[in-house]
Design a protein around this ligand. Structure first.
Ligand code: AQP
Length: 346
C-alpha cells in the first residue's frame, strides 16, 4: 500500500508557501493514501538556539504546526500527526544511514550551502546532516510518496540515493532475511499545484521563507484579515496590466507569483485565472486576491489559534500519533538491524 510521509519544521512563522506548497497537498492525499505528517522538531534545532528561539518558543511552535495541520483539514484520527522527537527510531536509523550516505552527496546539497552561507566553520554538524535525518524520517516508514515544495526536491532525491545504496550494499542479506529484492522503496517527491514555489511578496526572485527578516515578504498563517490585506496591497508588482496568457508572465516574477497564489487558493489552473483577469490593473487584481485570501485563510487561522491554545488536546494528539508512528518505525528498525547484522533482543 502507498504510504505518504512529510514534515514541517516548528520554527515559527508558518507561511503561505508552507500552506500552498505542502499542507494543501497533505490534506488532498489523505483521501487516497495512508499518511504520516510530522512536526520535525529535531530538524528545527539544527540552526542556532537564538534562531529557533529556545525551549518555550519550540514548544509553542510544535503545538502551532500541529494545530495548523488539524485546522487545515487533516484528520488526526484517520492519519498520523506527531512530533519527530517522540519516535527515537528516526535518530536511530539516521545513524545507520549516515554510514551509507557519502560525503560527496551531502556536499552537493544546495539548501546547506544557502543556509550555511560563508561562515561554514561555525554552522552545526546537524545542519550539514539535515538531509540524512530527513531521509531517515521518510525511510523509517518505508514511505512511497513525499509531498513537498520545490525546494525540497533535492533532499527527496538524496533519500532515493541512500535507499538505493542500502538496498544494493545489503542485497544478499535483504534476500536472506526474507525481504525480497529491496528493503526500502524509492520514495517519489510529489510536487504539484500552481504554487510549488511561492515567492517573497517583496522580491519575486526569492523564496517566501520563515527566516526572511521582512514580515511583509510573507503571509503568515497567523495573520489576521487586516494584515493579509495590507501585505497583498503592498506586494511588489510591475506597472503593466496582467497578461491574458501564461507566456505573458515570463520575466515578470512578481506578477507570476501573485497569479500562482491566486490560482492555488482558488483551486484553478493559472490560465483560467489569466482568462478572468487578463488586461486588469494590479489594483483590481489585488483587491480580488485579498478577498480570496481572507476567505480561504481566515477560517484556518481562527481554528489554528483556538486549537493551539488547547494544550492538553494538542499534546494528546501528538502522544497518540507518536505511538502509532512508533509501531511502524520499530518494525523497520528491527528489519534494518537484522539486515545489517546488529544483534537485538529477541
Ligand atoms: N516558498 C515556498 N513555496 C512552496 N513551498 C514551500 N515550502 C517552504 N517554503 C515554500 C515547503 O514547506 C514545507 C515545510 O518547509 P519547512 O518548514 O520544513 O522548511 P523550509 O523549506 O526550510 O521552510 P522555509 O520557510 O523556507 O524556512 P527557512 O526560512 O528556514 O528556509 C516543505 O515541503 C517545503 O518545501
Amino acid at each position: 500500500i502507498e504510504r505518504v510521509f512529510s514534515g514541517i519544521q516548528p520554527t515559527g512563522n508558518l507561511h503561505l508557501g508552507n500552506y500552498l506548497g505542502a499542507i494543501v497537498n497533505f490534506v488532498k492525499m489523505q483521501d487516497s493514501h495512508n499518511c504520516i505528517y510530522c512536526v520535525v522538531d529535531l530538524h528545527a534545532i539544527t540552526v542556532p538556539v537564538a534562531v529557533w528561539g529556545g525551549p518555550d518558543a519550540l514548544r509553542r511552535n510544535i503545538r502551532e504546526v500541529t494545530a495548523a495541520f488539524i485546522a487545515a483539514g487533516i484528520d488526526p484520527k484517520k492519519q498520523i500527526i506527531f512530533n519527530q522527537s517522540q519516535v527515537a527510531e528516526h535518530s536511530e536509523l539516521a545513524w545507520v544511514l549516515n554510514c551509507i550516505a557519502r560525503l560527496g552527496w551531502l556536499n552537493r546539497m544546495t539548501q546547506f550551502k544557502e543556509k550555511a552561507g560563508k561562515d561554514r566553520e561555525n554552522v552545526s554538524v546537524g545542519l550539514y546532516d539535515y538531509p540524512v535525518l530527513m531521509a531517515s524520517d521518510i525511510l523509517v516508514y518505508r514511505a512511497t510518496h513525499v509531498p513537498v515544495g520545490e525546494d525540497q526536491k533535492q533532499h527527496v532525491e538524496l533519500t532515493r540515493d541512500i535507499a538505493q545504496k542500502f538496498n544494493n550494499d545489503f542485497a544478499e542479506s535483504i534476500a536472506a532475511q526474507g525481504f525480497g529484492e529491496a528493503f526500502f522503496p524509492l520514495p517519489e517527491p510529489v510536487i504539484t499545484g500552481p504554487a510549488t514555489r511561492v515567492m517573497s511578496l517583496r522580491d519575486g526572485t526569492k523564496k517566501m521563507s520563515k527566516s526572511d527578516p521582512s514580515d511583509y515578504s510573507r503571509i503568515n498563517l497567523s495573520d489576521d484579515a487586516d494584515a493579509i490585506a495590507q501585505k497583498i496591497r503592498k506586494a511588489k508588482t510591475d506597472s503593466e496590466p496582467l497578461p491574458s496568457e501564461e507566456q505573458g508572465l515570463e520575466a515578470r516574477p512578481e506578477a507570476d507569483n501573485l497569479v500562482g497564489i491566486f490560482a492555488a487558493l482558488a483551486g484553478k489552473p493559472k490560465p483560467e485565472v489569466l482568462r478572468e483577469f487578463g488586461g486588469s490593473q494590479f489594483s483590481e487584481f489585488k483587491s480580488n486576491l485579498v478577498d480570496l485570501a481572507v476567505a480561504k485563510l481566515s477560517p484556518i487561522t481562527t481554528e489554528m489559534k483556538k486549537l493551539s491554545a488547547d494544550q492538553a488536546y494538542i499534546d494528546a494528539v501528538l502522544a497518540d500519533g507518536s505511538e502509532r508512528a512508533r509501531a511502524i518505525a520499530a518494525e523497520t528498525m528491527t528489519g534494518v538491524k537484522d539486515i545489517v547484522g546488529l544483534i537485538r533482543k529477541r
